[in-house]
Design a protein. Structure first.
Length: 150
């Protein structure tokens, strides 16, 4: 936990051998019963369309606000999977990065651990509050909080 990995490293470590086919910020691995979230906190207009400028940030060291893809409703199978993931036995893995790119190219993600659904509001996109199973270390709070984002 709290180590950095490229998106491809994460997916291959999860036995998904076609990481180049993943374009979205969430990958559902049905065989593992895992949703892998790839969150970029500071989004530049030139890199993202208006429908992908998601508002993602830590609320504090224990809670994280995340927006689903713009087409995900709370009544859709995906929305219901997020809401009911504990009951259904699936896990949420949260990987975050501050910016899309760094000096070396695509910026790596930091693994913040697993999270559990707390609540949501809205639909298309859903605004979900997740409770992190392990608190975000102080050195990451400034990078992930809304005060620094956007």
């Amino acid at each position: 936990m709290y180590c950095t990995y490229t998106r491809d490293q994460i997916l291959v470590a999860m036995d998904f051998m076609k990481p180049q086919t993943v374009r979205e910020g969430v990958k559902w691995l049905e065989d593992k019963q895992v949703d892998v979230f790839f969150v970029t906190l500071n989004k530049a207009d030139k890199d993202y369309s208006p429908t992908t400028m998601y508002n993602d940030y830590s609320i504090n060291e224990e809670f994280f606000h995340w927006q689903s893809q713009s087409t995900t409703s709370d009544t859709s199978p995906t929305g219901q999977r997020y809401i009911n993931h504990v009951h259904e036995g699936s896990k949420i893995l949260l990987f975050v990065r501050e910016f899309k790119k760094d000096l070396a190219g695509a910026a790596p993600y930091t693994y913040l651990g697993t999270a559990k659904y707390v609540s949501h509001y809205g639909s298309r996109p859903m605004n979900i509050t997740w409770h992190l199973d392990n608190p975000i270390p102080a050195k990451y709070i400034k990078k992930t909080s809304k005060l620094e984002v956007g």
